[in-house]
Design a protein around this ligand. Structure first.
Ligand code: ZN
Length: 220
């Protein structure tokens, strides 16, 4: 479904899946293709919005937990799009993709990496995305920020009234708190997490940050 302008939202569809976002452009960008088991349904939903796999040029991930990236390889084959990782994601690939999946007793959703995001921004046609490191839930967590739209793709760093877990390989509560504090200073109208619903409106988003700081990290 369309959120605003060229920004589309595809909600998670079941266990070990995540929210997928598409930024339409020439070419477009997909954020977190999700679980490979749900890819057909996801591509159908995109088709309803007039988006075809071939319209997407780049696949990026907020982090590499299996529920966010196990469809990377299949979507690559379907679309011809390239996977671009941030250096910290490549560095932690084994820990997060392989060890993380085995912890769930699952085969890792491995994929081939096509390029590295060497700068803190990604440009694709008219689209310009800022990249913000936000470790804690996982050491490879990054957020994507569309400054003009005031939209933050925050992955599993935080959700509506909660944060991501910190008990998976490389998780760290201190880092998560620091990351959330830093994100709370951004001007955000659309908070777009990796699970559950989106949070819209600056006031509601500020309240969400305040609630998390007061209730999720009272011991830090
Ligand atoms: Zn995760």
């Amino acid at each position: 479904m369309k959120l605003i302008n060229n920004l589309y939202f595809y909600p998670e569809q079941g266990m070990l899946d995540c929210n997928t976002y598409v930024i339409k452009g020439s070419p477009g960008i997909i954020i977190d293709p999700g679980n490979a088991d749900y890819l057909t349904a996801r591509v159908d939903a995109m088709h309803q919005d007039g988006i075809e796999p071939a319209d997407i040029g780049t696949i990026i991930n907020t982090h590499l937990h299996i529920d966010h990236c196990s469809a990377n390889e299949a979507f690559k084959k379907l679309s011809g799009a390239k996977v671009a990782l941030y250096p910290i994601q490549k560095k932690n690939y084994k820990l997060v993709v392989v060890d993380g999946a085995r912890l769930f007793g699952m085969e890792p959703g491995e994929f081939t990496v096509d390029s590295l995001l060497e700068e803190d921004r990604l440009k694709s046609g008219d689209i310009e995305i800022e990249i913000i490191q936000a470790p804690g839930h996982s050491p490879d967590c990054i957020c994507f920020y569309l400054r003009k739209e005031k939209a933050l793709f925050c992955g599993d760093v935080l959700f509506e009234m909660n944060t991501g877990r910190v008990d998976l390989p490389g998780g760290n509560a201190d880092y998560l708190k620091k990351s959330i504090n830093a994100l709370s200073k951004l001007d955000i109208e659309y908070l777009l997490p990796g699970h559950m619903g989106v949070v819209t409106g600056a006031e509601k988003i500020k309240h969400n940050f305040d609630f998390i700081k007061a209730n999720v990290f009272p011991w830090l």
